[in-house]
Design a protein around this ligand. Structure first.
Ligand code: FAD
Length: 120
């Protein structure tokens, strides 16, 4: 069996910005690429909502659809305009996957995103 340490190091060293949240999108973990892309140090984002990444211009309907999908325990993939700590907007290709506990209760979300601003 793979040791937990390997899971941690694999996620930690992933080039995708990865975060784990509770069921209300409060950040519990963020990897190194998340820090590099967003400009936020881990200590700054732990306990905060993922909405700190929002550029505050995305239509509410986008988030409503995202949350409706997640509440149905389905993964959501889409493109959002995010803002770094320094105030630079970037296009984020984001996938959010629900994480269920042993009883099938939705407990966490796994968020994975990358900057696709320059992809065309
Ligand atoms: P709000 O006014 O809080 O929400 C807008 C609408 O979204 C609401 O009207 C409601 O319909 C719905 N909504 C919001 N929160 C909830 C909830 N807890 N349950 C049900 N419905 C809800 N957002 C980004 O902008 N960029 C990201 O990179 C990003 N990454 C995320 C990663 C993960 C793993 C998760 C779980 C969420 C992520 N989000 C991200 C979504 C984020 O948590 C916020 O919901 C979003 O940014 C809107 O926040 P707001 O304060 O601007 O709007």
């Amino acid at each position: 069996p793979l040791p937990p340490r390997l899971f941690f190091e694999a996620v930690e060293q992933s080039p995708l910005a990865i975060s784990i949240t509770d069921a209300r999108a409060t950040i519990l973990y963020a990897n190194r690429a998340f820090e590099l892309l967003t400009g936020y140090a881990r200590a700054e984002v732990l306990g905060r909502n993922e909405s700190i990444l929002s550029n505050k211009a995305t239509p509410t309907s986008v988030y409503r659809h995202l949350w409706r999908t997640l509440q149905q325990r389905q993964p959501w993939t889409g493109t959002l305009v995010n803002r770094t700590r320094a105030g630079t907007d970037y296009l984020a290709e984001l996938t959010i996957a629900p994480v269920l506990d042993r009883d099938g209760v939705l407990r966490y979300f796994l968020g994975m995103h990358r900057d696709v601003t320059k992809v065309h």
